[in-house]
Ligand binder design. Structure first.
Ligand SMILES: Nc1nc2c(ncn2[C@@H]2O[C@H](COP(=O)(O)OP(=O)(O)OP(=O)(O)O)[C@@H](O)[C@H]2O)c(=O)[nH]1
Length: 301
Protein backbone atom coordinates (compact mmCIF):
# COMPACT_ATOMS: atom_id res chain seq x y z
CA UNK A 1 0.00 0.00 0.00
CA UNK A 2 1.28 3.45 -0.83
CA UNK A 3 0.51 6.28 1.55
CA UNK A 4 -2.03 7.48 -1.04
CA UNK A 5 -4.38 4.58 -0.37
CA UNK A 6 -3.49 3.77 3.24
CA UNK A 7 -6.36 3.38 5.71
CA UNK A 8 -7.16 6.48 7.73
CA UNK A 9 -8.98 6.88 11.01
CA UNK A 10 -9.73 9.66 13.43
CA UNK A 11 -12.17 11.98 15.13
CA UNK A 12 -14.23 14.87 13.89
CA UNK A 13 -16.74 17.18 15.51
CA UNK A 14 -19.19 19.76 14.27
CA UNK A 15 -19.59 23.16 15.84
CA UNK A 16 -21.90 26.01 15.06
CA UNK A 17 -24.61 28.03 16.66
CA UNK A 18 -27.78 26.33 17.86
CA UNK A 19 -29.95 24.86 15.09
CA UNK A 20 -27.15 25.00 12.51
CA UNK A 21 -27.93 21.40 11.56
CA UNK A 22 -25.05 19.60 13.27
CA UNK A 23 -27.02 16.64 14.64
CA UNK A 24 -28.90 16.08 11.39
CA UNK A 25 -25.62 16.09 9.48
CA UNK A 26 -24.09 13.59 11.91
CA UNK A 27 -27.08 11.29 11.45
CA UNK A 28 -26.90 11.57 7.68
CA UNK A 29 -23.19 10.81 7.60
CA UNK A 30 -23.59 7.81 9.89
CA UNK A 31 -26.76 6.69 8.16
CA UNK A 32 -28.87 6.08 11.23
CA UNK A 33 -30.35 8.07 14.03
CA UNK A 34 -27.86 8.41 16.86
CA UNK A 35 -27.73 12.06 17.85
CA UNK A 36 -31.01 13.65 18.79
CA UNK A 37 -32.34 16.42 16.59
CA UNK A 38 -34.99 18.92 17.40
CA UNK A 39 -36.10 22.33 16.25
CA UNK A 40 -35.25 23.59 19.76
CA UNK A 41 -31.73 24.92 20.19
CA UNK A 42 -29.16 23.24 22.43
CA UNK A 43 -30.69 19.83 22.75
CA UNK A 44 -27.48 17.88 22.19
CA UNK A 45 -25.94 17.42 25.58
CA UNK A 46 -23.77 14.34 25.38
CA UNK A 47 -20.71 13.87 23.24
CA UNK A 48 -22.38 11.19 21.17
CA UNK A 49 -20.18 9.48 18.66
CA UNK A 50 -21.42 8.28 15.36
CA UNK A 51 -19.07 6.08 13.37
CA UNK A 52 -18.75 6.24 9.58
CA UNK A 53 -17.35 2.96 8.26
CA UNK A 54 -15.70 3.16 4.84
CA UNK A 55 -13.40 0.67 3.12
CA UNK A 56 -10.61 3.26 3.19
CA UNK A 57 -11.33 5.00 6.48
CA UNK A 58 -13.12 5.14 9.76
CA UNK A 59 -14.48 8.50 10.79
CA UNK A 60 -15.68 8.94 14.36
CA UNK A 61 -17.96 11.90 14.86
CA UNK A 62 -18.28 13.52 18.23
CA UNK A 63 -21.34 15.68 18.56
CA UNK A 64 -20.70 18.45 21.08
CA UNK A 65 -23.28 20.60 22.85
CA UNK A 66 -23.69 24.20 21.77
CA UNK A 67 -21.53 26.89 23.35
CA UNK A 68 -23.47 29.35 25.39
CA UNK A 69 -23.20 31.99 28.06
CA UNK A 70 -22.53 29.99 31.23
CA UNK A 71 -25.09 31.07 33.79
CA UNK A 72 -25.16 27.84 35.74
CA UNK A 73 -22.72 25.14 36.78
CA UNK A 74 -24.15 22.95 34.03
CA UNK A 75 -23.48 25.73 31.51
CA UNK A 76 -19.81 25.91 32.57
CA UNK A 77 -19.35 22.15 32.45
CA UNK A 78 -20.88 22.02 28.99
CA UNK A 79 -18.51 24.71 27.72
CA UNK A 80 -15.47 22.93 29.19
CA UNK A 81 -16.59 19.79 27.40
CA UNK A 82 -16.73 21.68 24.12
CA UNK A 83 -13.23 23.12 24.49
CA UNK A 84 -11.81 19.75 25.46
CA UNK A 85 -13.39 18.12 22.44
CA UNK A 86 -12.05 20.74 20.04
CA UNK A 87 -8.45 20.22 21.02
CA UNK A 88 -8.69 16.42 20.91
CA UNK A 89 -10.27 15.83 17.51
CA UNK A 90 -8.45 15.66 14.17
CA UNK A 91 -10.79 18.04 12.41
CA UNK A 92 -13.58 20.44 13.32
CA UNK A 93 -16.45 21.27 10.96
CA UNK A 94 -17.85 24.77 11.50
CA UNK A 95 -21.49 24.67 10.36
CA UNK A 96 -23.35 27.75 9.18
CA UNK A 97 -26.85 27.41 7.77
CA UNK A 98 -27.32 28.71 4.21
CA UNK A 99 -30.53 30.52 5.12
CA UNK A 100 -29.13 32.71 7.90
CA UNK A 101 -26.60 35.52 7.58
CA UNK A 102 -23.07 34.85 8.84
CA UNK A 103 -23.10 36.82 12.06
CA UNK A 104 -21.56 37.58 15.46
CA UNK A 105 -22.49 34.08 16.75
CA UNK A 106 -20.39 32.42 14.04
CA UNK A 107 -17.51 34.84 14.51
CA UNK A 108 -17.57 34.21 18.28
CA UNK A 109 -17.22 30.47 17.71
CA UNK A 110 -14.43 31.04 15.17
CA UNK A 111 -12.55 33.24 17.66
CA UNK A 112 -12.87 30.55 20.37
CA UNK A 113 -11.68 27.91 17.89
CA UNK A 114 -8.61 29.98 16.99
CA UNK A 115 -7.80 30.41 20.69
CA UNK A 116 -8.55 26.96 22.06
CA UNK A 117 -7.70 24.68 19.16
CA UNK A 118 -5.01 26.43 17.18
CA UNK A 119 -3.62 23.21 15.75
CA UNK A 120 -6.93 21.60 14.76
CA UNK A 121 -7.83 22.09 11.08
CA UNK A 122 -11.31 23.56 10.55
CA UNK A 123 -13.57 22.82 7.58
CA UNK A 124 -16.20 25.47 6.81
CA UNK A 125 -19.59 23.87 6.09
CA UNK A 126 -22.59 25.71 4.67
CA UNK A 127 -25.57 23.56 5.74
CA UNK A 128 -29.21 23.35 4.60
CA UNK A 129 -28.43 24.36 1.00
CA UNK A 130 -31.85 22.98 -0.04
CA UNK A 131 -33.47 26.03 1.58
CA UNK A 132 -31.95 28.69 -0.69
CA UNK A 133 -31.13 29.31 -4.37
CA UNK A 134 -27.65 28.35 -5.66
CA UNK A 135 -26.53 31.96 -5.89
CA UNK A 136 -27.17 32.44 -2.18
CA UNK A 137 -25.10 29.34 -1.36
CA UNK A 138 -22.21 30.85 -3.30
CA UNK A 139 -22.57 34.14 -1.44
CA UNK A 140 -22.69 32.31 1.88
CA UNK A 141 -19.47 30.45 1.06
CA UNK A 142 -17.79 33.81 0.32
CA UNK A 143 -19.09 35.33 3.57
CA UNK A 144 -17.92 32.31 5.55
CA UNK A 145 -14.47 32.48 4.00
CA UNK A 146 -13.88 35.82 5.76
CA UNK A 147 -14.55 34.39 9.21
CA UNK A 148 -11.33 32.41 9.58
CA UNK A 149 -8.70 30.32 7.78
CA UNK A 150 -10.40 27.11 6.69
CA UNK A 151 -8.70 23.93 5.56
CA UNK A 152 -11.60 23.61 3.08
CA UNK A 153 -15.07 25.03 2.43
CA UNK A 154 -18.03 22.89 1.38
CA UNK A 155 -21.81 23.30 0.96
CA UNK A 156 -24.11 20.41 2.01
CA UNK A 157 -27.73 19.50 2.54
CA UNK A 158 -28.41 16.74 5.05
CA UNK A 159 -32.03 16.74 3.92
CA UNK A 160 -31.27 16.01 0.25
CA UNK A 161 -28.02 14.14 0.96
CA UNK A 162 -26.38 16.74 -1.28
CA UNK A 163 -22.56 16.54 -1.00
CA UNK A 164 -22.68 14.43 2.15
CA UNK A 165 -20.25 11.86 0.68
CA UNK A 166 -18.00 14.69 -0.45
CA UNK A 167 -18.01 16.06 3.10
CA UNK A 168 -17.04 12.63 4.36
CA UNK A 169 -14.09 12.66 1.88
CA UNK A 170 -13.01 16.11 3.04
CA UNK A 171 -13.10 15.10 6.72
CA UNK A 172 -11.26 11.83 6.03
CA UNK A 173 -8.54 13.74 4.16
CA UNK A 174 -7.72 15.47 7.46
CA UNK A 175 -7.39 12.18 9.37
CA UNK A 176 -4.04 10.56 10.06
CA UNK A 177 -3.24 7.13 8.65
CA UNK A 178 -4.38 4.51 11.11
CA UNK A 179 -6.24 1.25 11.60
CA UNK A 180 -9.94 0.77 12.16
CA UNK A 181 -10.66 1.81 15.75
CA UNK A 182 -14.10 0.19 16.15
CA UNK A 183 -15.47 -3.10 14.82
CA UNK A 184 -17.61 -3.14 11.65
CA UNK A 185 -21.24 -2.38 12.17
CA UNK A 186 -20.78 -0.35 15.32
CA UNK A 187 -22.54 2.98 14.94
CA UNK A 188 -21.86 4.58 18.27
CA UNK A 189 -19.98 3.75 21.47
CA UNK A 190 -22.52 5.39 23.73
CA UNK A 191 -24.05 2.86 26.08
CA UNK A 192 -27.57 1.89 25.03
CA UNK A 193 -29.05 3.38 28.18
CA UNK A 194 -27.66 6.83 27.27
CA UNK A 195 -29.19 6.65 23.81
CA UNK A 196 -32.49 5.55 25.29
CA UNK A 197 -32.42 8.42 27.79
CA UNK A 198 -31.72 10.81 24.90
CA UNK A 199 -34.66 9.46 22.90
CA UNK A 200 -36.97 9.98 25.88
CA UNK A 201 -35.63 13.49 26.39
CA UNK A 202 -36.20 14.26 22.73
CA UNK A 203 -39.80 13.05 22.94
CA UNK A 204 -40.40 15.03 26.13
CA UNK A 205 -39.07 18.22 24.51
CA UNK A 206 -41.38 17.97 21.50
CA UNK A 207 -43.63 21.02 21.42
CA UNK A 208 -42.94 22.46 24.88
CA UNK A 209 -42.12 25.98 25.89
CA UNK A 210 -38.67 27.43 25.29
CA UNK A 211 -37.54 27.52 28.92
CA UNK A 212 -38.01 23.85 29.52
CA UNK A 213 -35.15 22.22 27.51
CA UNK A 214 -32.37 23.01 29.97
CA UNK A 215 -34.45 21.92 32.93
CA UNK A 216 -35.07 18.43 31.62
CA UNK A 217 -32.85 15.44 32.29
CA UNK A 218 -33.58 11.75 31.84
CA UNK A 219 -32.04 8.72 33.48
CA UNK A 220 -32.70 5.07 32.68
CA UNK A 221 -32.97 3.41 36.08
CA UNK A 222 -33.43 -0.17 34.97
CA UNK A 223 -33.56 -2.19 31.79
CA UNK A 224 -34.30 -5.93 31.95
CA UNK A 225 -35.79 -8.64 29.75
CA UNK A 226 -39.27 -9.51 31.03
CA UNK A 227 -39.11 -12.74 33.00
CA UNK A 228 -40.26 -15.73 31.01
CA UNK A 229 -40.33 -13.78 27.72
CA UNK A 230 -37.53 -13.29 25.26
CA UNK A 231 -39.36 -10.73 23.11
CA UNK A 232 -39.99 -7.96 25.66
CA UNK A 233 -37.69 -5.60 27.55
CA UNK A 234 -38.85 -3.56 30.54
CA UNK A 235 -37.38 -0.06 30.66
CA UNK A 236 -37.84 2.11 33.74
CA UNK A 237 -36.88 5.76 33.29
CA UNK A 238 -37.14 9.00 35.22
CA UNK A 239 -37.68 12.43 33.73
CA UNK A 240 -36.22 15.10 36.01
CA UNK A 241 -37.54 18.64 36.08
CA UNK A 242 -36.69 21.49 38.43
CA UNK A 243 -40.08 22.82 39.48
CA UNK A 244 -43.61 21.57 40.02
CA UNK A 245 -44.86 23.90 37.26
CA UNK A 246 -42.57 22.07 34.85
CA UNK A 247 -43.73 18.72 36.12
CA UNK A 248 -47.29 19.75 35.27
CA UNK A 249 -46.24 20.70 31.72
CA UNK A 250 -44.49 17.39 31.10
CA UNK A 251 -47.36 15.31 32.49
CA UNK A 252 -50.15 17.31 30.85
CA UNK A 253 -53.84 17.26 31.64
CA UNK A 254 -54.83 13.87 32.99
CA UNK A 255 -51.40 12.53 32.11
CA UNK A 256 -52.10 12.89 28.41
CA UNK A 257 -48.79 14.46 27.41
CA UNK A 258 -46.71 11.95 29.31
CA UNK A 259 -48.55 9.13 27.56
CA UNK A 260 -47.76 10.70 24.18
CA UNK A 261 -44.12 11.16 25.16
CA UNK A 262 -44.05 7.53 26.25
CA UNK A 263 -45.51 6.14 23.08
CA UNK A 264 -43.28 8.25 20.83
CA UNK A 265 -40.16 7.32 22.80
CA UNK A 266 -41.22 3.68 22.84
CA UNK A 267 -41.40 3.53 19.04
CA UNK A 268 -37.90 5.00 18.73
CA UNK A 269 -36.43 2.74 21.41
CA UNK A 270 -37.97 -0.33 19.79
CA UNK A 271 -36.35 0.68 16.52
CA UNK A 272 -33.01 1.12 18.30
CA UNK A 273 -33.10 -2.18 20.20
CA UNK A 274 -34.94 -4.21 17.58
CA UNK A 275 -37.18 -5.58 20.31
CA UNK A 276 -40.55 -4.84 21.87
CA UNK A 277 -40.31 -2.77 25.01
CA UNK A 278 -42.52 -1.78 27.90
CA UNK A 279 -41.66 1.77 28.93
CA UNK A 280 -42.36 2.89 32.47
CA UNK A 281 -41.92 6.67 32.77
CA UNK A 282 -42.04 8.79 35.90
CA UNK A 283 -41.50 12.51 36.38
CA UNK A 284 -39.51 13.69 39.40
CA UNK A 285 -38.64 17.10 40.71
CA UNK A 286 -34.95 17.63 41.45
CA UNK A 287 -34.92 21.20 42.64
CA UNK A 288 -32.32 23.36 40.88
CA UNK A 289 -30.35 20.35 39.69
CA UNK A 290 -28.41 22.49 37.23
CA UNK A 291 -26.77 24.35 40.13
CA UNK A 292 -26.13 21.41 42.41
CA UNK A 293 -22.85 19.49 41.88
CA UNK A 294 -24.19 16.37 43.63
CA UNK A 295 -27.31 16.20 41.49
CA UNK A 296 -25.28 16.92 38.34
CA UNK A 297 -23.03 13.95 39.07
CA UNK A 298 -26.02 11.73 39.65
CA UNK A 299 -27.49 12.76 36.31
CA UNK A 300 -24.19 12.02 34.57
CA UNK A 301 -22.66 15.48 34.09
N1 LIG B 1 -34.23 22.04 5.17
C1 LIG B 1 -33.26 21.51 5.94
N2 LIG B 1 -33.41 21.51 7.28
C2 LIG B 1 -32.42 20.99 8.03
C3 LIG B 1 -31.24 20.43 7.45
N3 LIG B 1 -30.46 20.00 8.44
C4 LIG B 1 -31.12 20.26 9.60
N4 LIG B 1 -32.30 20.85 9.36
C5 LIG B 1 -33.30 21.29 10.37
O1 LIG B 1 -32.75 22.29 11.21
C6 LIG B 1 -33.17 22.13 12.57
C7 LIG B 1 -31.97 22.00 13.48
O2 LIG B 1 -31.24 20.84 13.15
P1 LIG B 1 -30.30 20.09 14.20
O3 LIG B 1 -29.55 19.05 13.44
O4 LIG B 1 -31.06 19.69 15.41
O5 LIG B 1 -29.33 21.30 14.60
P2 LIG B 1 -28.13 21.33 15.66
O6 LIG B 1 -27.11 22.25 15.11
O7 LIG B 1 -27.68 19.97 15.99
O8 LIG B 1 -28.86 22.02 16.88
P3 LIG B 1 -28.40 22.09 18.46
O9 LIG B 1 -28.43 20.69 18.99
O10 LIG B 1 -29.47 22.94 19.02
O11 LIG B 1 -27.07 22.73 18.52
C8 LIG B 1 -34.06 20.88 12.58
O12 LIG B 1 -35.39 21.32 12.53
C9 LIG B 1 -33.67 20.15 11.30
O13 LIG B 1 -34.71 19.38 10.77
C10 LIG B 1 -31.13 20.44 5.99
O14 LIG B 1 -30.16 19.99 5.37
N5 LIG B 1 -32.17 21.00 5.31
Amino acid sequence: MTSEDAHRSGFACFVGRPNAGKSTLTNRLVGTKVAITSSKPQTTRHAIRGIVHRPDAQLIIVDTPGLHRPRTLLGRRLNDLVYETWSEVDVVGLCVPADEKVGPGDRFIAEQLKKVARRTPVVGIVTKTDLVPKQQVAEQLLALQDVMDFAELIPVSAKDSFQVDELSDVLVSQMPEGPQLYPDGELTDEPESTLIAELIREAALEGVRDELPHSLAVTVEEMNPREGRDDLIDVHALIYVERSSQKAIVIGRGGERLREVGSQARRQIQALLGSKIYLDLHVKIAKDWQRDPKQLRKLGF
